[in-house]
Design a protein. Structure first.
Length: 271
């Protein structure tokens, strides 16, 4: 296990995965278990993004996420044009890091969090990381990469029988997901807090089934005639793009044919 694959190994592993992927689309996605060779590709993407954004180097990543490696499921988007990864993320089975760290950070007991959100029964996933490489954030492809990561999470979660999702999101990830209509609930009514180099993290809850449902609702809302804002402005292009992506993530249209879930046959027990 490593968070720092060398460039040659990274390219070889991506080339192998792309050669085996059934889709010829530019961007393709997969979900893999912690011992799959592509898991280290995802870990390396996490470290690169988090080190640049929050100063979390390999040592910190190992310390923070090492205890959860065998409960992790990794999501990875690859770019056929470059032969390299474009983004990655992970879920931690059983609620993982969020349910371990959030109670102290938000000043609530774990028992209260579980009670408030009805998590006594059903499988829980922690949407623990979401990382899009910098070169994909400056143009429209950033939405494609993020959208594929979201959809891969939904597909893998459904396959695993997940009912509850918890997470701690920085301001950027929270903004992007809420823009697509993902209606999170602040965990036990909590407020934003500083966490791992980010000044405005939020501890959040959502039922897995509500992710796609709320995005479908947002896609429908954005398809209706636009009402100008207080300054009389309209943003029809952004509205169309957001509506299209929310519809794709919620339904899987144009995304599911490019997503595979290898290496997830073994189901883990909820903690």
């Amino acid at each position: 296990m490593t968070y720092a694959l060398d460039d040659d190994t990274l390219r070889v592993r991506c080339a192998t995965a792309l050669g085996e992927h059934p889709s010829a689309n530019r961007f393709v996605a997969m979900a893999v278990g912690p011992d799959d060779p592509m898991a280290d590709v995802a870990r390396t993407v996490e470290r690169v993004v988090f080190e640049a954004s929050f100063g979390l180097d390999e040592t910190v990543m190992n310390a923070e996420y090492g205890p959860y490696e065998q409960q992790s499921i990794f999501f990875l988007v690859l770019d056929r044009e470059t032969g390299l990864p474009a983004g990655a993320g992970r879920a931690i089975d059983g609620g993982g890091k969020t349910l371990d760290d959030a109670p102290e950070l938000i000043g609530r007991e774990l028992s209260e969090i579980v009670r408030v959100h009805g998590m006594h029964e059903g499988r829980i996933w922690d949407y623990a990381t979401l990382a899009v490489l910098p070169e994909y954030r400056a143009h429209r492809s950033s939405l494609t990469v993020s959208g594929m990561l979201y959809r891969t999470f939904i597909n893998a979660g459904r396959r695993a029988g997940v009912r509850h999702v918890v997470c701690m999101l920085d301001q950027g990830a929270y903004r992007n997901l809420t823009m697509l209509g993902c209606r999170f609930v602040p965990m036990a009514g909590s407020e934003p807090f500083e966490y791992l180099g980010s000044a405005a993290n939020r501890a959040l809850y959502i039922a897995l089934d509500d992710i796609a449902r709320s995005m479908a609702d947002e896609a429908h809302r954005l398809s209706l005639p636009e009402v100008p804002d207080a300054s009389g402005r309209r943003r029809p292009a952004l509205r169309r793009i957001t509506a299209r992506l929310a519809a794709q993530v919620s339904s899987g249209d144009d995304l599911d044919p490019h997503i595979v879930l290898p290496g997830l046959e073994r189901r883990r027990r909820p903690r």
